[in-house]
Design a protein around this ligand. Structure first.
Ligand SMILES: Nc1ncnc2c1ncn2[C@@H]1O[C@H](COP(=O)(O)OP(=O)(O)OP(=O)(O)O)[C@@H](O)[C@H]1O
Ligand SMILES: [Mg+2]
Length: 249
């Protein structure tokens, strides 16, 4: 039987009269990289926020390793969140903290038993993974956009999550940095057997990372397949999307 890490089951999310997602079901297997496409406003970020528990669905269930997250108490949810890394669009580093402090923060929160020495070692090891050991004492304002993304990535994987959620991880980066960050995401995923859901408009990023892609449209999963199959599809909607919406450099 397939090892399913995330299972979204018949999820519906509304804001007042506006139904953003309706009866959406998605399964992601261990070590699989799933790309989520969709036009602006199609509910991609809402989907990720429901999975991580920042938003509560109106209907449906979300299972993580077979356990229903919606049955969890706040305390259980906080523990479960340790297993889910989330890279927000703006990398969202704490501007008043050094890189060391930014990376130590989630460790202190989730692993109270860790000693300062263990934390320091884990921070250094994780910085090595993103090739930024030299940035440890820097402030976020001293970093370039690409470096901030790397540090944001380091911070989201530092607790060894089983699942990573990425919301537009390469937006605003130039094509070379986009390729570097996408390859880094792929390498980390392979090294740690992580499962990933990646929301992106960026075809370079999608082609590097994706095992499979889905396309959200009209509140549901309208298409599913490999990037190759989706980009070569004869469907007029997909043809239009991939020739206009998507970032091609
Ligand atoms: N907290 C909220 N309250 C009310 N409406 C919301 C809220 N969050 C999202 N929405 C609405 O849900 C819809 C989907 O939003 P979402 O942010 O998921 O879009 P998206 O697919 O991520 O778009 P983009 O590509 O622009 O990031 C939008 O119409 C948005 O206005
Ligand atoms: Mg979004």
């Amino acid at each position: 039987m397939a090892d399913i890490v995330v299972k979204v089951e018949n999820l519906t999310k509304r804001f007042a009269e506006h139904t953003v997602l309706e009866d959406v079901s998605i399964e992601v297997q261990r070590a699989e990289n799933l790309i989520v496409f969709g036009k602006s406003g199609s509910g991609k970020s809402v989907l990720l926020k429901c999975i991580i528990g920042l938003m509560k669905p109106d209907e449906g269930n979300i299972f993580m390793n077979g356990k229903n997250l919606l049955d969890f108490s706040i305390k259980q949810l906080n523990t479960a969140r340790k297993d889910i890394g989330f890279l927000f669009q703006g990398a969202a580093l704490y501007d008043s903290m050094t890189v060391r402090e930014n990376l130590s923060f989630p460790l202190k929160r989730h692993f109270e038993e860790m000693t300062p020495k263990e934390i320091e070692e884990k921070v250094k090891y994780t910085l090595e993974l993103v090739s930024l050991e030299e940035a440890i004492d820097k402030m976020p304002s001293e970093l370039s956009g690409g470096m901030k993304k790397r540090i944001g990535l380091a911070r989201s994987i530092i607790c060894d999550p089983a699942l990573m959620l990425y919301d537009e991880p390469t937006t605003g980066l130039d094509p070379i940095t986009t390729k570097e960050i996408s390859e880094l995401i792929l390498n980390l995923q392979k090294k740690f057997n992580m499962t990933s859901i990646v929301v992106t408009h960026d075809l370079i990023c999608a082609e590097i990372i994706a095992d499979r892609a889905i396309f959200l449209r009209d509140s549901n999963v309208a298409f599913e397949g490999t990037i190759d199959a989706l980009t070569k599809s004869d469907d007029p909607f997909l043809k239009n999307f991939f020739s206009h919406e998507i970032i091609k450099v």
